[in-house]
Ligand binder design. Structure first.
Ligand code: UT7
Length: 319
């Protein structure tokens, strides 16, 4: 028996920033951005906040799961770019939803955040400490991106995705999943705490990235982690219907598909219109696939992500 995703939801800001608009801000163009990343446009917060987007995505996920906010006993928000440090975003979302019975907290594992949240919650469920968990990945990356750095500002977008998870019944629960981190390589993707650094408008307060190193890391480690998950789940790569990967870059996803020798059709993508939404990417994509009717009961899915830290990991799901 597996922990199941019972419902999904998402929320994207109203405002859309396309590549033409970005080329008004920095020396770039649509052709360069699309050919290197696959991204055409992204959503950027205006009046929305991390809490407001997370609450909307969560309400949709609860409705989709057919459960009330009071039934949630664990609420985890993954974010690196919420406007607020205290109280944690999860507690503010708890208040918005009226999820009065939930233990609520935030975690930061960058773009792997939704995967970490899922594995922490699944572990709590397996241990009998939780029954129904609400997981949210939410990012307002436009707040921490340096809009003068063409190497990073073209990549990111804002949004929120949510999922409700629970076990079918009491009993032995399998969680075929893997997590890794390598703090010794943390300098390739950084952002200093803006509360200190931004006061003097230092660039230290914004996202800084060695894109090539991240690219090489992702293309090497994601196929390796997928192999580890397959072994734990006792499945062959051919048995997997869909690979739902962190939506950083089309070329990264294509390279992973090639290394796994799997058709690209098994790798759904939405970075074209959403950009890289860090920990929101995977839950938003899952929700979009569900809404499009592309997730059918019994489907075998591998979800995997990678990002700053460095962190990477994934899990096997049966829909
Ligand atoms: O969640 C994880 C987040 N991070 C990632 O997913 C990043 C992974 N890395 C990548 O996707 C790629 O490294 C990038 C798309 C970020 C960059 O592509 P690249 O092929 O590695 O380019 P580069 O950084 O090596 O730069 C090549 C050239 C440079 O010019 P010169 O020195 O060759 O004259 C850059 O200055 O492209 C230039 N360049 C740009 N030109 C137009 C860099 N950014 C831009 C831009 N528009 N936006």
């Amino acid at each position: 028996m597996f922990v199941k995703i019972k419902g999904t939801g998402s929320c994207l800001p109203e405002k859309v920033l396309d590549n033409a608009a970005i080329s008004q801000l920095v020396d770039t163009n649509d052709e360069w951005i699309q050919s290197r990343t696959g991204i055409k446009s992204r959503h950027i917060v205006g009046k929305e906040t991390a809490v407001s987007m997370a609450a909307v995505a969560a309400e949709k996920a609860l409705e989709d799961a057919g459960i009330t906010a009071e039934e949630i006993d664990l609420l985890i928000v993954s974010s690196v770019s919420s406007e607020q440090l205290l109280p944690c975003t999860a507690c503010s979302v708890q208040k918005e939803l009226g999820a009065v019975n939930a233990a609520a907290f935030d975690l930061n594992a960058a773009c792997s955040g939704f995967i970490v949240a899922y594995q922490m919650a699944a572990g709590q469920i397996k241990a009998g400490l939780s029954k129904k968990a609400l997981l949210i990945g939410v990012e307002c990356l436009s707040n921490i991106v340096n809009w003068k750095d063409r190497g990073t500002c073209i990549l990111f977008g804002d949004g929120a995705g949510a999922a409700v998870i629970s076990a079918e019944e009491e009993g032995n629960i399998e969680i075929p999943s893997v997590l890794h981190s390598d703090g010794s390589r943390g300098e390739v993707l950084t952002c200093k705490n803006p509360t200190g650094e931004r006061k003097d408008r230092s660039l230290e307060g914004y996202v800084a990235m060695d894109g090539r190193e991240i690219y090489k890391f992702a293309v090497r480690q994601v196929p390796a982690v997928i192999d580890e998950i397959l072994e734990k789940a006792e499945k062959s790569v051919e048995e997997i219907d869909l690979f739902v990967l962190h939506q950083a870059n089309r070329r990264i996803v294509e390279a992973i598909a090639k290394r796994l020798k799997q058709p690209i059709e098994k790798f759904p993508m939405d970075m074209m219109q959403n950009g890289n939404m860090s920990s929101a990417s995977i839950p938003v994509l899952l929700d979009e696939l569900k809404q499009e009717g592309k997730l059918q009961p019994g489907m075998k899915i591998i979800v995997a992500g990678f990002g700053a830290g460095l962190t990477w990991g994934g899990m096997y799901l049966e829909w």
